[in-house]
Design a protein around this ligand. Sequence first.
Ligand code: LMR
Length: 394
Amino acid sequence: MLNALKQQPEDKILALMGQFRADPRDTKIDLGVGVYKDANGNTPIMDAVKQAEKQLWNDEKTKSYTGLAGDAGFHHAMKDLVLGDAVETERLSFIATPGGTGAIRQVIELVKMSGGSPTVWLSDPTWGNHPSILNHMGMKHTTYAYFDPETRAVKFDAMMDSLQAVKAGDMVLLHGCCHNPTGANLNQEQWHLVADLLLEKGAIPFIDIAYQGFGDGLEEDAYGTRHLASKFPEMLIAASCSKNFGIYRERAGLVIAISKDAATATITQSNLNYLNRQNYSFPPDHGTRLVTMVLTDPKLRANWEAELEMVRTGMLKQRQALADALRAGCGSDRFGFIAEHRGMFSRIGATPEQVAKLRDDHAIYMVGDSRINIAGLTDATIPVLAKAILDVGI
Ligand code: LMR
């Protein structure tokens, strides 16, 4: 049986991690995988998370199973963080999942269980694992226009034009904030226009929110998600705690399903519980418990918010410094978009050949579509990157 299997292509982002590790040059710069790094190139454990871990070590009395949906305290703390009071709690159903990817997978499983076969609309471009999961699960998908390679901003008119073709019951996947891989995001007015159009079309929004707090702030980054949640009878949300709590390997994520009424939400909940049971029984608990403690203990929360704010403003400074260094190098504002983008990533608009040259000649690693991880930069490497970008002719 096993000899009938075919070799699978490596995930591009994860393959890059391996190539970087294998590169012996000590000048190498990693702008690949979306992991936060501090000024010394480390991915620290956030102080509030470490404190919660110590407390948990002292206080936790059992490692017995939780509920199939995970811990209710986690659901409610995350509901407040992501949705505020945008929607009545009785219309919500939740499951904890192994990370944001687990949440995306469970949302698609739920769609399949509903018996429908909607087309899933993805932004062009989107995180590579979105189409990959949809392909694996045999879901129809297509793209809507999103990123303008010339201006490196959202091409909003083209986006609205392509969404005109959405059919009732189709799902439209939107990045809640900090678009991955481009860094280009909708403004509040654009969220309103997208919401109005999708409502008119009878579409179901599917929000992937993995970087809340990395863009314009915790509340600001939830604006679009909350606006849509307040308008739509049905909506699905996959939320990740990997980045904003820095607990990548703990695998803490959440599905929030919004149903049209409380009775439907009860049935949705039973389906979500069932899906957890079929796929892995109980979801991982450790990371979600830390998140709950941090969000609900006022001291830990203040500590976490302050550290997250430092991370966010630090990335903004790095964006500005890179844009400034490029302006000084090329004498024009054509890289100003780097300071306008938000979140961990910017797509800088290099060709695959230029990306390869940056890797081979300058030991600078970025994803093949020229996505850079801003948090991978330091004061010392910003001028190196700026010079290399201009050297390879971007
Ligand atoms: C990324 O886009 O780099 C992250 O979301 C990590 C991943 O799993 O791809």
